[in-house]
Design a protein around this ligand. Structure first.
Ligand SMILES: Cc1ncc(C[n+]2csc(CCOP(=O)(O)OP(=O)(O)O)c2C)c(N)n1
Ligand SMILES: [Mg+2]
Length: 332
């Protein structure tokens, strides 16, 4: 028997249960993305994908601080956001493989996954494209008095898009319950953010009267803690905020970006992987605090691996949509 989830109630996980849950979710995203890379290299997945490996603590820390009915909007690098908000891995893989069972009946693919049941208003291939959508969702929540909050994930590349500042201005004026989460993974495609981003990123919020915080994006507990305060503030009518999360993508801009030496060094990548890995940092903390021993973590890993393997199997075997439906559910 399944227990009904109250969508308007914050999840009640605390202590070791909360931390083990966040560890499991991060691992799920990591293993999901590794499988995506594998499906791409074996030519089983149409198109490209932008992997979230290295950034897992951001999506998990933020989404864990939300209610099930709170909204998120995502980006082209969105698999982690979807999974952290509660998407199921089998329907995710099915969508990536263009199968009828997928979240968008196989017609959206990697960059257009949406899941209204978990409050996910969708990934977006347009840089900063979802900033207006998140702000609109926050406006509707405020008008309807639902108490929902909207989180808008975007990359450092979106800091150069004017729409972000248009909506931040509105959100501040109208005290909308929206949190702008900037994932600064140091690069926009193949360019270091310092070559495209003038001044102090954190100063951009206060220019609109929007309070801003920054956090270590490799530390899931820190991301969770700061997000909870911003969510509480937004839910109580305190208005929008900007959260700058410092992180790093381990892989290429997309799965085909394999020779990266011309824009960043192997040594830099290696350093983040060995010294700043969010999953390793969390597992070390869990064991050092006595919340889990190696056997518990190994068991979680085995369970997540099995879940991912069966989801891939499901998606590979699933049928494609009928060609007669090619013009259904698409807008162009
Ligand atoms: C409006 C717009 N301009 C350009 C692109 C091409 N493009 C796709 S991803 C990307 C870089 C985005 O970088 P960032 O926002 O830092 O996100 P990251 O890929 O690092 O997660 C660009 C320029 C686009 N999709 N939309
Ligand atoms: Mg970036």
């Amino acid at each position: 028997m399944t227990t009904a989830v109250n969508p308007t109630k914050h999840n009640s996980r605390t202590g070791a249960e909360l931390h083990l849950h966040m560890y499991r979710r991060m691992l799920m995203i990591r293993l999901f993305e590794e499988q995506v890379n594998d499906l791409y290299t074996r030519a089983l997945m149409p198109g490209l994908a932008h992997l979230y490996i290295g950034e897992e603590a951001v999506a998990v820390g933020v989404c864990e601080a939300l209610r099930p009915d709170d909204y998120i909007t995502s980006t082209h690098r969105g698999h982690g956001h979807c999974l952290a908000k509660g998407a199921s891995v089998d329907l995710m893989f099915a969508e990536l493989l263009g199968k009828e069972a997928g979240y968008c009946k196989g017609k959206g693919g990697s960059m257009h996954i949406a899941d209204p049941a978990t409050g996910n208003l969708g990934a977006n291939a347009i840089v900063a494209g979802s900033t207006g959508i998140a702000t609109g969702a926050a406006f509707s929540a405020q008008r309807l008095g639902t108490g929902q909050v909207a989180v808008c994930f975007f990359g450092d590349g979106a800091l150069g898009q004017g729409v972000l500042y248009e909506v931040m201005n509105m959100a501040a004026l109208w005290k909308l319950p929206v949190i702008y989460v900037c994932e600064n993974n140091l690069y926009g495609e193949y360019t270091h953010f310092s070559e495209t981003t003038a001044g102090d990123i954190l100063a951009r919020g206060p220019a609109f009267g929007v309070p801003s915080e920054q956090v270590d994006g490799q530390d899931v507990r820190a991301v969770y803690a700061v997000t909870r305060t911003l969510v509480e503030r937004a839910r109580e009518g305190g208005g929008p905020s900007l959260l700058l999360v410092n992180t790093y993508r381990y892989m290429g801009h997309h799965v085909g970006d394999v020779s990266r030496d011309y824009y960043r060094s192997k040594q830099e990548e290696q350093q983040w992987k060995t010294e700043r890995d969010p999953i390793r940092l969390m597992s070390d903390w869990l064991t050092s605090q006595g919340h889990a021993d190696r056997a518990v973590l190994d068991k979680i890993q085995a369970e997540v691996k099995a879940e991912i393997a069966s989801a891939v199997e499901f998606a590979l075997a699933a049928p494609y949509p009928n060609p007669s439906e090619v013009d259904e559910d698409v807008y162009a």
